[in-house]
Design a binder for this molecule. Structure first.
Ligand code: DC
Length: 240
């Protein structure tokens, strides 16, 4: 049976660990994991690929309307959490390019782009059993979610995590540049007029500085257990 109220909203700033935590929590519960940032990134990447300037708001809205964005659970074995198809083309890794990083905050500040993507996110969540991750999930997309978590961490801690992640993947990394990028994105995401990044009034705020991913995941699972009235891991709802 579908239980739409079984939804977990996870919000937080760039590199706060939302995706890793969200995916691990969803996996433990057998819920669907939806990273809404990928949708804003998909629109941005499509604009770059088609030569549409991210500064052209009307063109960005028109593009968002006509794009077919599909997020699929895939086991490709190249480290991806999911596959993103835009009009049938696999753009999963292109979404992480520095060019997309540089323009996505601007694109996600357009109210009409947000309205289109929020409707789609609400449609996906309507079936329930979802962990949805983003910036405005608890405040705008799923305001009645029974569990809202806001993951926070200092900019320095988040930059350190991103830096280590890149080195672990064998890529070169410049800590100061990463820190500056995170601060710039925080500023745009939290100051924009449309759905600025902020915790919902009823969100549980978790400060993750100095905590491992495992500790944060355990904490969110405990909260879910309390909120959904589950006794232990063995009593998690099955996905039947
Ligand atoms: O989480 P991320 O870094 O992939 O997000 C990319 C951008 O999209 C970031 O600038 C914030 C924006 N975003 C948003 O405005 N609302 C969401 N629900 C998710 C992401």
């Amino acid at each position: 049976m579908t239980t739409p109220e079984w939804v977990i909203a996870i919000d937080g700033p760039a590199a706060s660990g939302k995706s890793t935590v969200g995916e691990a929590v969803a996996r433990a519960l057998g819920f669907l994991y939806v990273d809404t940032g990928a949708m804003y990134r998909a629109v941005t990447q499509a604009a770059l690929a088609r030569g549409i300037p991210a500064s052209d708001e009307a063109a960005m809205v028109a593009l968002t309307r006509r794009l077919d964005i599909a997020i699929r659970r895939d086991e490709v074995g190249d480290g991806r959490q999911y596959t993103v198809l835009v009009d049938g083309e696999d753009v999963t890794w292109a979404l992480r390019s520095p060019a997309v990083d540089a323009h996505v905050s601007q694109v996600s500040a357009y109210p009409e782009v947000r309205a289109i993507l929020v409707r789609e996110q609400q449609r996906i969540a309507a079936a329930g059993r979802v962990v949805m991750v983003g910036r405005d999930i608890g405040t705008v997309v799923l305001p009645t979610a029974p569990l809202k978590v806001y993951l926070d961490a200092s900019a320095a801690e988040r930059a350190r995590r991103r830096y280590r992640e890149l080195l672990a993947r064998g890529q070169s990394a410049d800590y100061e540049a990463i820190l500056a990028g995170i601060r710039a994105r925080d500023a745009v995401d939290s100051r924009r007029a449309a759905s600025p990044l902020q915790p919902a009034a009823d969100a549980v705020i978790l400060d993750t500085d100095g905590k491992s991913i495992e500790q944060v995941v355990a904490c969110v699972l405990d909260l879910a257990r309390q909120r959904f009235g589950m006794e232990s891991d063995s009593s998690w709802p099955s996905s039947s």
